[in-house]
Design a protein around this ligand. Structure first.
Ligand code: ARG
Length: 410
């Protein structure tokens, strides 16, 4: 194996990746360049560069990638209405390919031979990081300390930190594994490992529990252009700012909590609690707008592909020929998804109240219960006869052995 003398590490600034930084230096006897992507995780970014350097990194990249995240990852995925197992809005899964892409770029710039991440050997994230890296630069190796080292417990980790003078946060013991970005916050582990345990009040970060939400509903509008949201209440926002704005509104009204047991790619079931306030509003509004401006068969075909697309994102195949091909189809389906949706936010619910579009295919004169002169109701009779022919045939077969009866050819 060729010698590794420089590694790019996805560094969060937390205890785990600080330990990893030191561990890689000690074990591989190499330089470590840290990369921290600001994807909207909030306070965790403060002082991160100093921290990385103090912990032994030769260089630390700290990059604001919120716009790219929202524009090139979150929005394309929302054009697809992606939902994993019918509920999970994929907030963690969609962030991993972008972090990997940036790590690969930095590795190339820095002449590093490997990249590294702090994902454990039991989860989906390791798969996502590594598949993305393989797809973008197959020459790069991945160092996954959690799969390599012999630190078996939290106590081993604390001892390692002490021996290596890594500051151990004094804050209360974290009851969960949390992953946060502009799209969502996820909670896993701790008391949530028993799927019957309901998440306690501390398991809320950005969403007001519905019991404590405002008693007055709030009505907002969202404008879309070709499937992407561009404005809230007629005020235009950049993709990241728009998502923040919707997070604020959704959080205030208790919208976007999901508590589920899901199937991980690596085989086990796991329980997750997710907060996706802005994303939940966006998904509801987008789906609603499609109702007036998307062709029926186009919509049904696209809908049939949602589970597949979501699985690709969840499994970590963002950079893959199949995801790119599906994306092309989905983007094509969104060309006319332009217009405005009015939604009501109220105690955990997000309810569409109205929608309009310059490309609306809704024809009031066709749908009306009043008299019209385009649609001849008599035509429906022949239509139903033909589309039902096979049903009559099946019953004739089972009842009368296929023999014609007087009215069977009617
Ligand atoms: N279960 C979710 C997923 O696989 C969330 C994972 C959260 N990751 C974490 N490192 N805490 O996408």
């Amino acid at each position: 194996m060729s010698k590794i003398d420089k590694v790019v590490l996805a560094y969060s600034g937390g205890l785990d990746t600080s330990i990893i930084l030191k561990w890689i230096k000690n074990n591989y006897n190499c330089e470590v360049v840290c990369m921290t992507a600001d994807l909207g995780q909030g306070e965790e970014m403060d002082g991160i560069e100093e921290k990385a350097l103090a912990t032994g990194a030769v260089k630390a990249y700290v990059e604001d990638m919120r716009e790219e995240f929202a524009r090139d990852y979150v929005f394309p995925m929302f054009r697809a209405n992606a939902l994993y197992e019918g509920r999970y809005l994929l907030g963690t899964a969609i962030a991993r390919p972008l972090i990997s892409k940036r790590m690969v770029e930095i590795a190339e710039m820095e002449g590093a031979q490997a990249v590294s991440h702090g994902a454990t050997g039991k989860g989906n994230d390791q798969v996502r990081f590594e598949l993305a890296t393989m797809a973008l630069n197959p020459r790069l190796k991945t160092i996954a300390p959690w799969r390599e080292w012999d630190l078996k417990s939290r106590t081993d980790l604390i001892n390692f930190a002490k021996e290596n003078e890594i500051p151990i946060p004094v804050s209360r013991k974290k009851p969960w594994s949390i992953d946060a970005n502009l799209l969502h916050t996820s909670f896993e582990g701790g008391e949530l490992e028993d799927p019957w345990n309901s998440p306690g009040p501390d398991c809320y970060r950005n969403i007001t529990p519905p019991e404590m939400c405002p008693d007055d509903p709030e009505e907002i509008t969202i404008d879309f252009e070709a499937g992407d949201p561009i404005a809230v209440n007629s005020v235009k926002y950049s993709p990241a700012a728009l998502l923040s704005k919707l997070n604020e509104l959704g959080g205030k009204h208790g919208i976007g909590r999901v508590d589920m047991v899901e199937n991980r790619f690596v085989g086990m079931k796991s329980r997750g609690v997710y907060e996706t306030p802005g994303g939940t509003i966006l998904a509801a509004a987008h789906r609603d707008l499609e109702g007036i401006c998307m062709d029926r068969e186009m919509m049904h075909l696209r809908d049939s592909l949602i589970p597949k697309y979501a699985e690709m994102v969840y499994y970590g195949y963002w950079f893959s020929p199949e995801r790119e091909a599906l994306q092309a189809l989905i983007d094509k389906s969104q060309e006319k998804v332009t217009g405005t949706v009015r939604v009501k936010l109220f105690k955990g619910n997000c309810v569409p109240l109205g929608r309009k579009s310059p490309f609306s295919m809704y024809q009031a004169e066709l749908a009306t219960f009043e008299e019209d002169d385009i649609y001849d109701q008599a035509d429906a009779e022949g239509f139903i006869k033909l589309v039902g022919l096979r049903l009559k045939g099946r019953m004739q077969q089972s009842k009368w052995g296929g023999k014609d009866t007087e009215d069977s050819c009617e």
